[in-house]
Design a protein around this ligand. Structure first.
Ligand SMILES: C[S@@+](CC[C@H](N)C(=O)[O-])C[C@H]1O[C@@H](n2cnc3c(N)ncnc32)[C@H](O)[C@@H]1O
Length: 241
């Protein structure tokens, strides 16, 4: 589904509010999170000797949390995001490095989850990265069942592709420095919060079944705002050939 009009400018998961927040917090409050994401991106299949030419970014926005070092590994980057400001700001943040590395960037203003197969059609063996977007899907007026279903099916839709994601698992109104944790498979929500010694009410972003159950993953804390912390899950999934 292609998106017309300025709807993406004010969407609840991106748009102006997101960019204003990123401009305010990117350099200081988000620095530890961005460093951890850079490290996660550095462990991508591309870097580990699988040579994808195409990279598809789902919900990259301006790439506020993405690193040049990761992006310059590809010849072509296809960005899928409904936000009309994303291409301009992405170019401001990453354009210089990408031009120097002769990486071509193209954009589609579309809802990836509405037609994932259609969006990927014709792309030769791309690496796909969900950029902090899966955990926002529940904000878009879908029922809880629909969100869980669509996200849990994505691993089957993408079974012949290499893909990765970093996405919100849980969030809460809290200020806390939390270390990165590695799990060899999916932890259940309660054990995860217990491992961190966390209590209280946490918002479930309904992404628990997005990554395959038996996949190694890292949990990275993100202090999104001074008074709100997110637990972000990140993992790479290899194609079943
Ligand atoms: C929280 S922001 C992620 C920002 C990005 N990781 C960065 O480094 O700046 C979520 C982004 O996903 C986009 N988005 C939301 N729903 C989407 C969908 N269904 N398909 C593609 N992109 C989507 C939003 O427009 C927004 O730019």
């Amino acid at each position: 589904m292609q998106i017309s009009s300025l709807s993406g400018l004010f969407n609840i998961t991106g748009g102006l509010i997101w960019h204003a927040r990123a401009l305010r917090f990117r350099y200081r409050l988000w620095r530890p999170f961005r460093e951890n994401i850079k490290d996660f991106l550095g462990s991508a299949p591309q870097i580990n000797s699988k040579h994808h030419t195409n990279l598809v970014l789902i919900g990259p926005s301006a790439g506020w949390c993405l690193s040049d070092e990761f992006l310059i590994n590809y010849k072509q980057i296809i960005c899928i995001d409904p936000d009309p400001l994303a291409p301009i700001l992405f170019n401001l943040v990453h354009g210089k490095a990408l031009r120097r590395a002769k990486v071509k960037v193209s954009w589609r203003r579309a809802d990836f989850f509405a037609d994932p197969q259609g969006q990927l059609m014709g792309l030769e063996d791309p690496l796909i990265l969900f950029c902090n977007v899966a955990g926002q899907f529940f904000l878009q007026n879908h029922s809880e069942e629909h969100v869980k279903y669509v996200l849990s099916q994505m691993k089957y839709v993408l079974s012949n592709k290499d893909w990765g994601s970093f996405h919100d698992l849980y969030s809460a109104p809290l200020r806390r420095d939390l270390p990165i944790r590695i799990y060899s498979s999916r932890p259940d929500g309660k054990s995860l919060l217990m491992d961190y010694g966390l209590t209280g009410a946490w918002l479930d972003h309904l992404t628990g079944e997005f990554l395959p159950q038996a996949l190694e993953r890292r949990i990275i804390a993100w202090q999104l705002k001074p008074e709100r912390v997110h637990l972000v899950e990140a993992g790479w999934v290899y194609a079943q050939k």
